[in-house]
Design a protein around this ligand. Structure first.
Ligand SMILES: [Zn+2]
Length: 245
């Protein structure tokens, strides 16, 4: 388990049950990066969070991730494996660490834009125009021929360039899979949302663990903290003994 013990993970799961997906992503990120100040996490560039979550997935459940997709063309079920370690390495390595602001200079415009963090995406998603809201939130400074300009007055070409530069600086922010269907040969594109993938796994892990606690407590009279303090291997062993009786 490495990153945190069973009790800590179970506590994170319990808190996350009452949260929306954005809150769960933040909880998972906190679990992945106990070394960072909790206040810094929501503003870290999203691609960095994704790399951290792939690393957490690897530490908790191993490298091999099973993914199911439906072919967009013929509807057949596609099942395949992904390597969490490879994602953690490529996403973590493709960023320039510490780089959180991109600068665009185009046709007399000089614009600085902060790479969006989880908090920015959550807030922007609630706005009537999420793209405009994200731009306004993350715009550090925009000047045209030396004069300050606000986000809503940026021309389309400059906005487009900002989006391109931000994507290039934080490529892990959107993990897109491109899978060829073995039945019909057509390609299907799908986003891989590691936060919700990992949450689903954590949820079933937690429910299994609670069942184990119930069985062991019933058989041996041990308390929950005592059972959670056991290594997974010992827990498994005692459960097998219970089943044999
Ligand atoms: Zn197909």
């Amino acid at each position: 388990m490495g990153i945190t013990g069973a009790a800590g993970l179970l506590a994170a799961w319990e808190t996350g049950l009452a949260e929306a997906p954005a809150g769960r992503a933040l909880l998972l990120h906190r679990t992945a990066r106990p070394d960072l100040d909790a206040a810094a996490l929501p503003v870290l560039p999203v691609g960095e969070r994704e790399a951290d979550l792939f690393a957490l997935r690897r530490a908790l459940f191993g490298d091999r991730m099973q993914v199911r997709l439906e072919c967009a063309a013929c509807g057949s079920d596609m099942e395949f494996d992904l390597d969490a370690g490879e994602f953690a390495r490529t996403l973590g390595g493709s960023r320039d660490p510490g780089r959180s602001v991109v600068r665009v200079r185009l046709d007399g415009w000089d614009v600085e834009f902060r790479l969006p963090g989880g908090a920015d995406l959550t807030a922007a998603a609630r706005a009537a125009d999420p793209r405009a809201a994200l731009l306004a939130r993350c715009l550090v400074r925009a000047r045209h021929d030396g004069a300050e300009v606000s986000a809503e007055h940026l021309p389309a070409a400059v906005r487009r360039r900002i989006a391109e530069e931000a994507e290039a600086a934080d490529p892990g922010a959107d993990v897109t899979l491109n899978v060829n269907c073995p039945e019909c040969g057509e390609a299907t594109r799908a986003e891989l949302d590691i936060a919700s993938y990992l949450w689903t796994e954590l949820d079933s892990w937690a429910r299994d663990l609670l069942l184990d606690v119930h069985l062991l407590a019933t058989s041996y009279g041990w308390s929950e903290p005592e059972i959670l303090a056991l290594s997974p291997l010992r827990r498994r062993y005692y459960l097998e003994l219970c089943a044999d009786v």
